[in-house]
Unconditional design. Structure first.
Length: 450
């Protein structure tokens, strides 16, 4: 029944029927949506319960094989979790905590357990900003996956792990490769929806991390027809990425053709998202508009889209785009401060620096060049020669980590900074020339031309 409902996209019906079954089995699920206090209380209860178990990254406690009834219950948990995620259900955290509690209590460490533990790790990051605990539970989930046979639950666990947790701890390009492998595993396991979701996320990371735009169009976006066949929501996100690449390259590859007339523009997608209260799609449209405006140098427009994103209920959830939103907001804040001298703008820029200093200890390769550039922009307000050291450090770090677009950005901002200094115009022009070369290497022909 659940499989039939899932294939039909009847997520709310899955949640309703699933919760009814769980209540029959004496598993506590409230009849009204939980408050944040309820969620935090449940999380604390589960964390305390989990602390009684001596679990290491080798899953070092005894394991039991679930009987048929418990196996079915694990699968029920998994089905409801997928449905709850699909509609951003407020019940998702409680469901995750209940499943973790159930798996630990019964010493079940199956692939469905890995989904629960991965979710538990994510909520430690999202609700408590406890990245170390998030990593701890993610590694337990990874160890379970090593010890169990692949299944559709394996695909979902890997998607959660590499798309939402491990990206804070491993190089983003590695996370993209893991997600691409998850796509291939998902196609083999018949979980086509999660498979194409992993592919879409992998491609999005590649785009944000500065993969050559022409190669991205040729190699990654060629999978678009497969995406629209299996997951229409992911197809919408993939099309947004193609539109973004087209704008940066100054082209029009007509990506909306895959929708056969249902959608013909980003505005159509936005109307659909608003009508269906699809916060994820709305957020992604705003983010891509922000991304484009930022790279085009339209900072006022970028500011407007940043405010749009900040107004959404999902704005505070840590995810891939959080890294770039924080980076862009810091650069924009220092840009505003140069004009306004307003302390609030300086504080916003410093807040971005503090976040990157915090994230840096988890994965230097992901955050180092951005932190150097934010420090350069802040230092340039006081000591331009000292700022030059930070700009150069950012350029080197971006080059070493394969982010040619951010290498170009550091050169561009350094050029603009030195263009305001007497007798430094020649040096500023040289910086801007280097920035143009980087943008050409990125494949952003329109950006380079500007």
């Amino acid at each position: 029944l659940m499989s039939s409902l899932e294939s039909s996209g009847k997520h709310f019906e899955i949640i309703e029927k699933g919760f009814n079954l769980m209540r029959i089995m004496k598993i506590e699920i409230p009849t009204t949506p939980p408050s944040i206090m309820d969620i935090m209380e449940s999380m604390t209860k589960t964390t305390i319960f989990a602390s009684r178990y001596c679990i290491n990254q080798g899953v070092g406690i005894s394991q039991k094989r679930p009987d048929k009834q418990n196996r079915n219950l694990l699968r029920l948990f998994d089905a409801i979790t997928v449905a709850a995620y699909s509609v951003s259900s407020p019940y998702l955290p409680l469901l995750t905590f209940e499943m973790v509690y159930y798996c630990l209590q019964n010493e079940f460490f199956e692939t469905e357990s890995a989904v629960a533990f991965a979710g538990f790790g994510y909520f430690h990051i999202a609700l408590k900003q406890d990245y170390e605990k998030g990593k701890y539970w993610a590694k337990i989930a990874l160890e379970i996956l090593k010890q169990t046979r692949p299944s559709s639950a394996t695909v979902r666990a890997r998607w959660m792990l590499y798309g939402h947790i491990m990206l804070w701890f491993i190089p983003l390009k590695e996370a993209a490769r893991k997600l691409f492998a998850t796509n291939q595993l998902g196609m083999k396991q018949g979980d086509f929806k999660t498979a194409v979701s992993a592919l879409t996320l992998s491609t999005n990371i590649a785009l944000l991390e500065g993969e050559n735009l022409l190669l991205l169009t040729r190699d990654r976006f060629s999978e678009m027809k497969k995406v629209v066949k299996y997951n229409i929501e992911c197809a919408k996100l993939a099309v947004l990425d193609v539109v973004l690449v087209d704008e940066l390259r100054g082209e029009n590859t007509n990506p909306f053709a895959i929708f056969d007339g249902k959608f013909s523009s980003v505005d159509d997608l936005m109307m659909d998202a608003v009508t269906n209260k699809n916060i994820n799609l709305i957020s992604n449209i705003y983010f891509r508009r922000l991304f484009l405006a930022f790279w085009e140098g339209n900072y006022d427009v970028a500011e407007s889209h940043l405010r749009d994103i900040s107004s959404l209920p999902s704005a505070k959830q840590p995810k891939l785009t959080t890294i770039y939103l924080t980076f862009f907001s810091g650069i924009l804040a220092f840009h505003r401060y140069r004009q306004s001298q307003a302390e609030k703008d300086l504080r916003l820029g410093m807040d971005a620096i503090c976040k990157f200093e915090f994230w840096l200890k988890f994965s230097p390769s992901n955050f180092e060049n951005k932190l150097f550039l934010l420090n350069a922009e802040q230092t340039s307000l006081l000591d331009i020669e000292e700022a030059k050291k930070h700009y150069e450090a950012s350029i080197k770090s971006a080059r070493d980590n394969g982010r040619v677009h951010e290498q170009g950005l550091a050169n561009e901002l350094m050029g603009k900074t030195f263009s305001t200094v007497a007798n430094k115009s020649a040096y500023a022009i040289e910086c801007l020339k280097k920035a143009r070369i980087c943008y050409l290497q990125w494949g952003a022909m329109k950006k380079a031309a500007s």
